[in-house]
Design a protein around this ligand. Structure first.
Ligand code: C2O
Ligand code: CU
Length: 473
């Protein structure tokens, strides 16, 4: 199709729920888009070290009462953008100042399982956990968020999420001035209770849906632009809501979850289910405002709110306000990534996963059970079949994915009801016979309900050991 995974969730009816989410409120753009600061880093023994504290805070999203929230790095909500280069050794020291145990997962990162920050690497209140690894993957827009088993939705919904940008030395001439012409766009949605707190009462079968879109934590944002092209790094960090981002003109898609496309691709829109990212380049004319939107039909269908809302308008996400005189940006290069796509002929085996009501292959997540054992570095075919009436998506830790026939690097893929999605999976290089990685639905309520399996990555021929977990309870 013209778009990656386009039409994936189209025409889908999801049963409404009388206590379901209210329609999204239209709010004309009136606040400057907040840009998450870059996380301060320092050199220590040849490593790039980042200190990151998770702590409670107070956020002022609207004009009314403030909202109790959780954030990283001194931000009351969200987190600073961590940035590292391919080839660098990084160490992130996460201190937990929250009243409960959390974890910090590096979503999209290829790294040893002990550093992954999944449910097996808990950080108790007051503790500091150090994750260290060598960044070794192509430039990409990754992110980090909590992953405590059964409580991921709660922790992410409170506000814990940040971007992790990987740079490399390939030297592709795309806009790259952070916050100027290379702009993070972290999409989330929340509803507010009368006392200002986040409303957690309104959910339907896909999870917790809000009536207000926050972009980098800003309600009704605009962005002043002074260049003819701007690159948007869009992350869907919502617990449950999917977006189909579009402009009045076509978007130029340049990258997906795991890095740049082989070449730029004009697309009418891009579907982003929770956890997915897209890098798009938008062309601007002097003084002509354009609005990044999420299209309504798909939203209603995907999120199961069309009926509850009685139909609703297109969601405005971000208004771009170009100056009357614009600095020319370089043309988008015709070649972006020269990485060799995964080849079906390299696949050594096929695995099948059947998605049903918050289960995978009929199983609920068990921290003590190993579900799959993979060879480090292998390429496999995975067939994901959704036998359920609800949409799901599947995120595979550590691995890099391509939907068969689409040369786009992914780590999270939508699997619409009744469909089978065939993936090529490149397993990461790190073997550990004791500590598993996760594969799960990234609709966080589904994940928390147990729609998650564990896999070990071993050296070819190595025997898996029993799962070693440091998590209790
Ligand atoms: Cu973004 Cu297993 O998570
Ligand atoms: Cu799901």
């Amino acid at each position: 199709g013209a778009t990656l995974a386009a039409g994936a969730f189209a025409g889908l009816a999801v049963a409404g729920c009388s206590t379901g989410p209210p329609p999204v409120r239209p709010r004309p753009a009136r606040r400057p888009l907040a840009i998450p600061p870059l996380a301060p880093t320092r050199r220590e023994a040849g490593r790039r070290v980042v200190d990151l504290t998770a702590a409670p805070g107070e956020s002022a999203f609207l004009d009314g009462p403030t909202t109790p929230t959780w954030g990283y790095g001194g931000m009351p909500f969200g987190g600073p953008t961590i940035r590292a280069r391919r080839g660098e050794d990084v160490a992130v020291r996460v201190t937990n100042r929250l009243p409960e145990t959390t974890t910090t997962h590096w979503h999209g990162m290829t790294l040893p399982a002990r550093m992954d920050g999944g449910p097996h690497q808990p950080i108790a209140p007051g503790d500091t956990w150090e994750a260290s690894w060598r960044v070794d993957q192509p430039a990409a827009t990754l992110w980090y968020h909590p992953h405590p088993h059964g409580r991921t939705e709660r922790h992410v919904h409170r506000g814990l999420a940040g971007l992790f940008l990987v740079d490399d030395d390939v030297g592709v001439d795309l806009p790259d001035r952070y916050g100027v012409d290379d702009v993070p766009v972290v999409l989330t949605d929340r509803s507010f209770a009368p006392d200002g707190g986040f409303d957690t009462a309104h959910r339907n079968a896909v999870g917790l849906l809000g009536d207000t879109v926050l972009v980098n934590g800003t309600v009704a944002p605009y962005l002043d632009v002074r260049t003819t092209r701007v690159r948007l790094r869009v992350l869907n960090a919502s617990p449950a809501r999917s977006y189909r981002i579009a402009l009045d003109d076509p978007l130029t898609l340049v990258g997906t979850d795991g890095g740049l496309l082989p070449s730029p691709r004009p697309v009418p829109d891009v579907l982003l289910t929770p956890g997915e990212r897209a890098e798009v380049v938008v062309e601007l004319a002097p003084g002509r405002r354009v609005v990044l939107r999420s299209l309504p039909d798909e939203l209603g269908a995907v999120n199961g709110i069309a009926n509850a809302a009685g139909g609703h308008d297109t969601l405005d996400l971000l208004e771009l306000r170009p100056a009357d005189r614009l600095e020319p940006s370089p043309a988008i290069p015709a070649t972006l990534s020269r990485e060799t796509p995964l080849a079906e002929t390299d696949a050594t085996r096929t695995r099948r996963f059947v998605l049903s009501s918050n289960r995978i292959n009929g199983l609920a997540m068990d921290m003590g059970r190993v579900d799959e054992v993979l060879d480090a570095g292998a390429t496999e075919i995975w067939e994901l079949t959704n036998r359920h009436t609800l949409p799901h998506n599947i995120h595979v830790h550590d691995a890099r994915l391509q939907v068969l026939g689409e040369p786009a690097w992914k780590d999270t893929v939508p699997v619409p009801p009744g469909r089978t999605v065939r993936l090529l999976v490149r397993v990461g290089p790190y073997a550990d016979p004791e500590v598993p990685y996760m594969l799960h639905c990234h609709l966080l309520r589904h994940e928390d309900d147990g729609m998650m399996l564990q896999f070990l990555v071993v050296a070819p021929g190595q025997r898996p050991a029993a799962v070693v977990s440091h998590a209790h309870g």
